[in-house]
Design a protein around this ligand. Structure first.
Ligand SMILES: [Zn+2]
Length: 257
């Protein structure tokens, strides 16, 4: 790192420290937490104006404060929107924990999670048979294993359906992977790589099918022109039902974890 770059990074650090201090003082001075314990104050140097943003994944509402805005104004702004903040938080889908006894939708089937703990076992064994996700484990907290297993079967099912649909239009997929994104359910790159949210496994079949059809259709038409939607519909089992399910209930998929 050159002298200039070092100077710049020290300045950035100083700025970050200053913002952290400003935030720290503000949280001591103004009762933001009384508006809601799930209100998260964030000073964002790139923000242009005060804003409230709902974050379904974090189950919070973020108050975004521009660098130069005074914290008293930020507090007044949040206080004025107190009712809106609480309503938005109440509307958020409540998280569902992947643990013993919980029923989750998996590929459109109500599936019961059954955990059998046995510390003498050598390893964790997970199977999905007859609407039951059976976990035999020596781990007191098997959740990371369950998540890993679900991501694995997500990739398997998404890959199988993607290749099947790509074959219908005579296209090749170069790579498929799964991610944990809550804003995009899928994507398709110019070099024919597809990527999906593993959480699609919690969606009903027609919605799962629609998202796969959508990304595969991008192998044919990159944009969202009428030609694209036609290609997408042709690849779907039930285009309108799948598309509208994702539009209205897609947010539900972030509940599980
Ligand atoms: Zn698209």
């Amino acid at each position: 790192m050159g002298a200039k770059a070092l100077q710049r990074s020290q300045n950035t650090l100083k700025n970050a420290d200053k913002l952290a201090l400003k935030l720290d003082n503000a949280l001591k001075t103004y009762p933001f937490h009384e508006i809601s314990p799930n209100l998260v104050v964030k000073i964002n140097p790139r923000a242009k104006r005060l804003a409230l943003r709902v974050d379904p994944r974090a189950n919070s509402v973020n108050l975004v404060v521009p660098k130069r805005t005074s914290m008293i104004n930020a507090y007044r702004f949040a206080d004025k929107n107190r009712i809106w903040i609480r309503e938005k938080l109440e509307e958020l889908p409540q998280p569902i924990s992947l643990e013993h006894g919980v029923v989750i939708p998996l590929f459109g089937q109500e599936t019961k999670i059954n955990v059998v703990y046995d510390k003498t076992l050598k390893k964790t064994d997970i199977t999905l048979i007859n609407k039951e996700l059976s976990i035999k484990t020596n781990k007191e907290n098997p959740k990371p294993r369950i998540l890993r297993y679900l991501k694995k079967i997500a990739l398997e099912r998404l890959s199988a359906l993607s290749h099947e649909k790509a074959a219908q239009i005579d296209r090749k997929i170069t790579k498929i992977d799964v991610k944990d994104t809550s804003s995009r359910w899928g994507s398709c790159s110019h070099d024919a790589k597809l990527s999906f949210s593993w959480r699609l496994i919690f969606a009903p079949h027609h919605a799962f099918d629609y998202v796969v059809a959508h990304e595969v259709a991008h192998l044919q038409v990159m944009d969202h022109s009428p030609a694209f939607w036609e290609a997408c519909e042709a690849l779907c089992e039930d285009y309108s039902a799948g598309k509208s399910w994702m539009k209205h209930y897609g947010g539900e998929l972030v509940r599980y974890g």
